[in-house]
Design a protein around this ligand. Structure first.
Ligand SMILES: [Zn+2]
Ligand SMILES: [Zn+2]
Length: 236
């Protein structure tokens, strides 16, 4: 048997845990990335250069650092370096600061352009690498018994990740397997949502609510994906 990629085992173990497996693993991978860069790599020249160039992290990943209780010292050191970079960049003479530039009113936008990042947020880049690996492994190995059974035991992929694995499927056989695995998840959830809305109906308000009680919450994630995975893209 060919050597399986390392994340194959992460996928088979995490699939049945509930929620979209790609969202869950990507979230875990990005948290680990942030953690290691704020502890192990905070003083490496490479981290400093990247953080100076990218002008820090995007707003979501910066907020994550606070939420995860990242090292205050790590954040402090890196942001002192970013401030130093911004001051240096703003202090450099520019062509637009000449009399001609001022007359054309372009000195503001010239400085704004110099302050633009030269690379994306490091954590967003880590997120996209992790996501591509997990999507690629699911698409490639979905006809492998263990992975297929793990998917069958799961709540299904969120809609954006389901579309990604479908597009990454190397052939129609694997695309068909993915579809046969995902559609029953939607059917089951729809039945739970219907049951819940019936019970909210005034005519049935004495019926006890069962496992479908949190189906609306699961539906939010199954349709839109996790906030920390899909709420962070700063491509515009
Ligand atoms: Zn997802
Ligand atoms: Zn980011």
């Amino acid at each position: 048997m060919a050597v399986l990629p390392l994340n194959y085992y992460d996928l088979t173990e995490t699939f049945p845990a509930g929620g979209c497996v790609v969202c869950s693993l990507v979230e875990r991978d990005v948290h680990r990335f942030l953690d290691s860069h704020l502890y192990e790599y905070v003083n490496t020249p490479e981290t400093h250069a990247k953080m100076r160039g990218s002008r820090g992290l995007c707003a979501t990943h910066s907020a994550n650092l606070v939420e995860f209780g990242a090292s205050v010292l790590g954040i402090t050191i890196l942001h002192a370096a970013i401030m130093d970079e911004l001051l240096k960049t703003a202090g450099e003479p520019t062509r637009a600061s000449s009399a001609f530039g001022r007359l054309r009113g372009s000195s503001g936008s010239s400085l704004a352009n110099k302050l633009e990042p030269d690379s994306p947020c490091m954590a967003c880049a880590a997120l996209e690498r992790a996501e591509a690996q997990h999507i690629g492994t699911i698409a490639e190995y979905i006809n492998d018994d263990r992975l297929r059974e793990a998917y069958a035991a799961s709540a299904g992929l969120c809609l954006p990740h389901f579309k990604q694995v479908l597009r990454a499927a190397p052939d129609s056989t694997r695309a068909d397997t993915l579809t046969q695995l995902q559609l029953p998840k939607w059917k089951a959830l729809k039945a739970e949502l219907d049951m819940l809305s019936d019970k909210y109906d005034a005519n049935h308000n004495d019926e006890a609510v069962g496992a479908e009680a949190d189906s609306w919450r699961r539906a939010l994630e199954l349709v839109s994906g996790k906030r920390d995975v899909f709420g962070v893209r700063r491509s515009t």
